[in-house]
Design a protein around this ligand. Structure first.
Ligand code: T6T
Length: 329
C-alpha cells in the first residue's frame, strides 16, 4: 500500500477512535438518543415531566426512551438504569431514588461515555462539574428550589394556624434530595415562629396509606395537632385522607407539595390551605435540552432552576395557575 494512503487511513482510524472517546458526544451522523428514568412511573409529577421531555424530543428530532419502576425503590431503579446503559443512549436524564446509593450505578453510565443529567432529585451535593467530591460528574441538575418550597410551605402553614401550635412533617424517607431539602427549609423557616412546635417527622416510604395511618396515630397522641406539611404528593394526599377519616379535615391545617387533581380538589373543599405546584414539564423539557446541547457539542448550564406556583382555593381557577395541574396520563 502506498505510504500516503496508509497515513490517511491511520488518520481516519485515529479520528474515529477519538470521537467515540468523547463522553456523551454524538458524531454528525448519529441519531441522538436520550433516556429519561423517572423516580417512579405511577406519579403525576413524572407523568408531567415525561410530557415536557417529549416536547423537547419533538423540537430537536432526537429520540426519547422512557423507562421507570412503579415504586420509589433503589433496588428497582438500579436494574432499569443498567438496562438503559446497555442500550448506549447518548445521555440519561434520571431522578435518582437516593442521593448516595445511585452514585456508583450512575458512574457506570458516565464511564461508558453516556452523559448524565439529574432531574428533580440529585446525587452527592447536587453541585456538578466543579471537580470537587466524587459525584460531580453529571453535566447538569434541573429542578425546583426545594429548600425554598419548604420555607414557603412553613410560612403559609404558620399563618394558617395563627403562628402557634403543634405541626409535623409527613415525609417519604431520608436520603432523597428533594424531600430532605423541603423538610430542611420547612424546619429552618419555622424557627422564625417561636409559637410553633415542630414534632417528629413521620416517614411513609411514599405510601399514602401509611401517611394516612400515621396522621391518625399522631392525632391520637396529640389531640391539639394544629397542622401538617406533606412534603410530596403521596405524603400530602395520605395525610389529608387521614384527616378526612378522622373527621378533622379543615380543622387541622394542611400545606401540601405537588399538584395532582386530588390535592387541587382538596384545596377547594378546604382540606388544604395551599399546595406548592412544581413545574415538572419544565424540568423534563430543559433537562432534555441540556442533554441535547451537551451531546451536540454545545455548552449546557450545570444547573437550571425551574419555578413553582403556590396554589390556593382563591387562585386555582386562574388559567395561569391552573395550567400547572399535573397530568395523570
Ligand atoms: O414531589 C415529587 C418529586 O419532586 C419528589 O422528588 C418525589 O415525589 C414527587 O414525585 C411527588 O410524588
Amino acid at each position: 500500500m502506498e505510504r500516503r494512503s496508509l497515513i490517511k487511513m491511520m488518520g481516519v482510524a485515529t479520528a474515529a477512535a477519538t470521537t467515540s472517546l468523547i463522553a456523551g458526544k454524538a458524531s454528525a451522523q448519529d441519531k441522538i438518543v436520550i433516556a429519561l428514568i423517572p423516580g417512579l412511573t405511577a406519579d403525576g409529577f413524572y407523568v408531567t415531566m415525561h410530557k415536557g421531555a417529549e416536547a423537547a424530543a419533538k423540537a430537536t428530532g432526537a429520540e426519547l426512551i422512557y423507562q421507570g419502576a412503579a415504586e420509589w425503590n433503589v433496588s428497582l431503579q438500579v436494574p432499569i438504569l443498567d438496562a438503559i446503559i446497555a442500550k448506549k443512549p447518548h445521555a440519561i436524564l434520571i431522578a435518582p431514588n437516593d442521593k448516595v446509593q445511585l452514585i456508583e450505578p450512575l458512574r457506570k453510565a458516565n464511564d461508558a461515555g453516556i452523559a448524565v443529567v439529574c432531574v428533580d432529585t440529585f446525587i452527592g451535593t447536587g453541585v456538578f462539574q466543579t471537580g470537587a467530591g466524587d459525584a460531580d460528574f453529571p453535566i447538569s441538575y434541573v429542578a425546583s428550589d426545594n429548600v425554598l418550597g419548604g420555607r414557603m410551605a412553613a410560612r403559609a402553614l404558620a399563618k394558617a394556624i395563627g403562628e402557634k401550635g403543634k405541626v409535623y412533617v409527613s415525609n417519604v424517607k431520608p436520603g432523597i434530595s428533594t424531600t430532605d431539602q423541603r423538610e430542611e427549609g420547612f424546619k429552618d423557616e419555622m424557627k422564625n415562629f417561636p409559637g410553633v412546635e415542630v414534632l417528629e417527622t413521620q416517614f411513609n416510604d411514599d405510601d399514602a396509606n401509611k401517611a394516612a395511618a400515621q396522621f391518625q396515630a399522631v392525632l391520637g397522641r396529640v389531640p391539639d395537632l394544629a397542622g401538617v406539611f406533606g412534603a410530596n404528593l403521596f405524603s400530602a394526599s395520605g395525610a389529608a385522607n387521614g384527616a378526612k377519616q378522622a373527621g378533622v379535615a379543615g380543622k387541622v391545617k394542611m400545606a401540601g407539595f405537588d399538584a395532582p387533581e386530588s390535592i387541587v380538589a382538596q384545596l377547594k373543599d378546604g382540606t388544604f390551605e395551599l399546595t406548592i405546584a412544581q413545574h415538572p414539564a419544565e424540568i423534563g423539557y430543559f433537562g432534555f435540552m441540556a442533554a441535547y446541547a451537551h451531546v451536540t457539542g454545545n455548552p449546557a448550564p450545570t444547573a437550571i432552576g425551574t419555578g413553582f406556583s403556590v396554589m390556593t382555593a382563591a387562585n386555582i381557577d386562574d388559567p395561569n395557575i391552573n395550567k400547572y395541574l399535573y397530568k395523570s396520563e
